[in-house]
Design a protein around this ligand. Structure first.
Ligand SMILES: [Ca+2]
Ligand SMILES: [Ca+2]
Length: 227
């Protein structure tokens, strides 16, 4: 009897026509990229970002770029705008970035050095490709420093609480024209003459094609697939 009933129910059941399945009912495919930002839907769910918004926190940095940079794609104060510097992608473009480091010296030397962070992007670029060199610029108060070695990015014989000024230059250089926005992390390290690291400032270089802005320009994305 039960079998007969089951068979009868089965006979009467007809599958819904395919055209009834709307977009909202489409199966979730982790390897899709619905918003086309370069971050796969599965990654977006895992990271807590919106798979239907290329820039979840509306800060101008798409989710894909934020994941690569290690910033928070759901927090619009990350990255901190004070650490973001923009270089235009045009011939002869250059920017100078001033940095300061407070130290307390006992006669030691303090030297700054640039370090690119992160792995090379799809085109093999890091911040190093745009780095044009650093220099030591000022000490405050000046009498706390015996010598400023400008080109060596060094301050010799520092005594007492002193603010050390550095300047980093970034240039367009020989990098190819890509026509899309990308961002590269870098850090400026200040070491004492005994090798101790006394400061490490993390910053972001954004390379921006001409006539675009961070908010409206097209960001570089993976040439195929998604992350
Ligand atoms: Ca996506
Ligand atoms: Ca963002």
């Amino acid at each position: 009897m039960a079998l007969a009933l089951l068979a009868a129910c089965g006979d009467s059941t007809t599958p819904p026509p395919p055209e009834d399945a709307g977009a909202a009912d489409a199966p979730f495919v982790p390897t899709d990229d619905r918003d086309g930002d370069g971050l796969c839907d599965g990654t977006e769910i895992m990271r807590g970002t919106d798979p239907d918004a290329a820039d979840t926190d509306l800060d101008g940095f798409p989710d894909y770029a934020e994941v690569l940079l290690g910033t928070n794609p759901s927090l619009n104060t990350s990255p901190d705008r004070e650490t973001v510097f923009t270089l235009r992608e045009r011939a002869e473009a250059a920017i100078d970035i001033p940095l300061q480091q407070s130290v307390f010296g006992n006669g030691e030397d303090y030297t700054g050095s640039f370090e690119a962070l992160g792995t090379p992007d799809e085109a093999g670029e890091t911040a190093t490709d745009f780095y044009g060199g650093g220099r030591a610029t000022f000490a405050e108060p000046p009498e706390n420093v015996a010598l400023i070695d400008v080109d060596e990015e060094a301050f010799r014989g520092v005594v007492g609480r002193t603010l050390l000024g550095f300047e980093l230059r970034f240039v367009r250089g020989a990098s190819p024209t890509r026509g899309c926005i990308r961002a590269h992390l870098f850090r400026y390290n200040v070491k004492r003459s005994d090798g101790r690291l006394v400061g490490a400032q993390r910053n972001l270089l954004v390379v921006l094609p001409p006539s675009t802005s961070l908010e409206t320009g097209e960001w570089c994305r993976p040439s195929s697939g998604c992350l």
